[in-house]
Design a protein around this ligand. Structure first.
Ligand code: 5GP
Length: 201
């Protein structure tokens, strides 16, 4: 008996604590983090090929034209996209893939008609406790200007309306609480009978 990989799609408004969850999961051997492509410039400390594949608009649009993306979206005025092939290869090998994408990207994956993707999917929304708390976390992070923070908060307010579309919602508390809730979800998903394949399948 063998298990098929799970496509964990995780969305949260910027600053809701998603990166903490994603980096904790990156450390486990049976889960990989899907590195997205983006046309936004790297932030200090970000590494090309690890945090994102930082590419120019022409290259991004070439990938779109060639149908390389499982999904892509324009977020905060920049392109972001998830390459299809690496994800599918990992899932077939029984490796779970964590995809950190915005609500448009998650909606695109939910609408994907490929039954393999649909069967693999487990989507999770991280809900910040409030917009004030989100503003505080973004200010503390200190990587955006005040104007960018206001823009992100406006986006956050509309993203927060989408929580019902997800199979799971985690109301964000402390980092440790969020991690525990997230691990509970990943454990349960891993034991779903329908994810097991046998030699007779
Ligand atoms: P940031 O620029 O702060 O790293 O990410 C901004 C937003 O883009 C976040 O909400 C993040 O989840 C989203 N994002 C990152 N990669 C992708 C992707 O491949 N596709 C989509 N649709 N959104 C993404």
């Amino acid at each position: 008996m063998k298990r098929r990989g799970i496509l964990f799609v995780i969305s949260a408004p910027s600053g809701a604590g998603k990166s903490t969850i994603c980096s904790s999961l990156r450390l486990t051997p049976d889960t990989v983090y899907s590195v997205s492509c983006t046309t936004r410039p790297p932030r200090p400390g970000e590494i090309d090929g690890e945090d994102y594949h930082f590419i120019d608009v022409d290259t991004f649009e070439k990938h779109i034209a060639e149908g390389d993306f499982l999904e892509y979206a324009n977020v905060h005025g920049r392109y972001y996209g998830t390459l299809r092939q690496t994800i599918v290869d990992h899932l077939r090998d029984g490796i779970d893939v964590l995809v950190d994408i915005d609500v448009q990207g998650a909606a695109n994956i939910r609408q994907c008609t490929d039954p393999f993707i649909q069967d693999s999917l487990a989507d999770i929304f991280i809900m910040p406790p409030s917009l004030d708390e989100l503003r505080y976390r973004l200010l503390k992070r200190g990587t955006e200007t005040e104007e960018q923070i206001e823009h992100r908060l406006t986006t956050a307010a509309s993203e927060m309306k989408c929580w019902r579309d997800y199979r799971y919602t985690i109301i964000s508390g402390s980092m440790e609480e969020d991690l525990q809730k997230f691990r509970a979800i990943t454990r349960a998903e891993r034991y779903l009978s329908r994810r097991i394949v046998t030699l007779e399948d």
